[in-house]
Design a protein around this ligand. Structure first.
Ligand SMILES: *Cc1c(COP(=O)(O)O)cnc(C)c1O
Length: 390
């Protein structure tokens, strides 16, 4: 057997992540590998921390990049805050709330579920009822930007509720970080995690997390050791901590950290609020085109994520066939529906570097070409262009 090098095609990534990676970030990845305790690498990590504080809008000392994907950031929050026997209130309005429940239960804690329909925002009244009914709950966990449906939830109001009922909040910001408004300190978020491959447009595999001082105190006050050695923040802090001696904990993914550093430099240069604004403007343009074709959004206008656009599949169109033709004929990836929405919707991502005018035009033109008379043709590009130049 002769295996040849793997040369991936160049795709346009407009699904739920990963998003298009900017060439500058790919170039950063190929810079020379140095030791993970090299003073210059340590200095770069300090910059990564400072830039993550900016991205999260926080002064939290414990703001770091976990050396594993977003799911590991999720697990970092749960395993550090919860112990066996604890109780957590978990909101679910899509796929990721379900994973939070799994995390809680594997710790031996109890998950009190607050469920909303897929595609809907989290209902604050139901959450408050659950908090009232469970005064012993330690944690309130929810997803800020539900990538499986395209719905956003009111993180500020949910964290206010958590504080009112003396719970620590765990916030999934994997898809919101860098793409839509997120203010960790102003909103009083206790713990938050994200991913590199969505609106930061970096390569997948790293999870930025941030813990408030109150959350750190809770981790330090645990009665039992964290069940995961790798994710135990008491140990990780010895590696990432400010005056830490940089004791060996694990070998950081050195080159991936260069890439994250580069993506954060780019975010800083653009300006966080400008990045939020760009995501919103491009969403409006894509939306104008999709609606001109006759496609309908799944999520109410008020709770729509600009970076993840879910639309219903038109009558007569074959979901899998359309997506595979987009991929094969146009090198364009869009996302399929998940769970309750499988086969019913497409999820079109406009995340990070993918959120650009040329991607919007490609996506609309390709969809028109593939869908033909199942949609209204000849109008989408003009509608999007009008919005882009507004
Ligand atoms: C993508 C995603 C995750 C998981 O991130 P991975 O990097 O795939 O582990 C978690 N939560 C949300 C909301 C996501 O979109």
């Amino acid at each position: 057997m002769s295996i040849t090098p793997f040369l991936p095609p160049v795709r346009t990534l407009m699904g739920p992540g990963p998003s298009d990676v900017h060439p500058r970030i790919l170039e950063a990845l190929s810079r020379p590998t140095i030791g993970h305790l090299d003073p210059q690498f340590v200095q770069m990590m300090e910059e990564v921390k400072a830039m993550l504080q900016y991205a999260f809008q926080t002064k939290n000392e414990l703001t770091i990049a976990v050396s594993a994907p977003g799911s590991a950031g999720m697990e970092t929050c749960f395993v550090n805050l919860l112990e066996a026997g604890d109780k957590a209130i978990v909101c679910q309005n899509g796929v990721f709330g379900g994973r939070m429940k799994e995390n809680v239960e594997r710790i031996g804690a109890t998950a009190i579920m607050v469920e909303d329909e897929w595609g809907k925002t989290i209902d604050l009244n139901k959450v408050e009822e659950a908090l009232k009914a469970n005064p012993d709950a330690k944690v309130l966990a929810f997803v800020h930007a539900e990538t499986s449906t395209g719905a956003s939830s009111d993180a500020k109001a949910l964290c206010e509720l958590a504080r009112k009922y003396d719970c620590l909040s765990i916030v999934d910001a994997v898809t919101s970080l860098g793409g839509s408004e997120l203010r960790v300190d102003d909103w009083g978020i206790d713990t938050i995690y994200s991913g590199t491959q969505k609106c930061l447009s970096c390569t997948p595999g790293i999870s930025p997390v941030s813990f408030s001082d109150k959350a750190v105190a809770a981790v330090k006050a645990r009665k039992t050791p964290v069940q995961s050695w790798f994710l135990d923040l008491n140990l990780v802090m010895g590696y990432w901590g400010k005056n830490a001696k940089r004791a060996y904990h694990h070998t950081a993914p050195v080159n991936a950290m260069y890439a994250l550093h580069e993506s954060l430099v780019m975010l800083q240069n653009e300006g966080l609020e400008n990045a939020w604004q760009r995501h919103y403007k491009n969403h409006l343009a894509l939306r104008a085109g999709l609606e001109a074709m006759g496609l309908e959004f799944v999520v109410d206008e008020a709770n729509r994520l600009p970076q993840l656009n879910s639309v219903t599949i038109p009558e007569g169109a074959d979901d899998a066939d359309v997506r595979s033709r987009l991929l094969n004929e146009f090198n364009l990836e869009i996302g399929a529906g998940l769970g309750a929405l499988a086969g019913k919707v497409w999820r079109i991502g406009l995340m990070g570097h993918s959120s650009r005018a040329e991607n919007i035009m490609l996506c609309l033109a390709a969809l028109e070409a593939v869908l033909g008379n199942k949609v209204k043709t000849g109008v989408a590009l003009a509608a999007a262009q009008k919005q882009l130049s507004a």
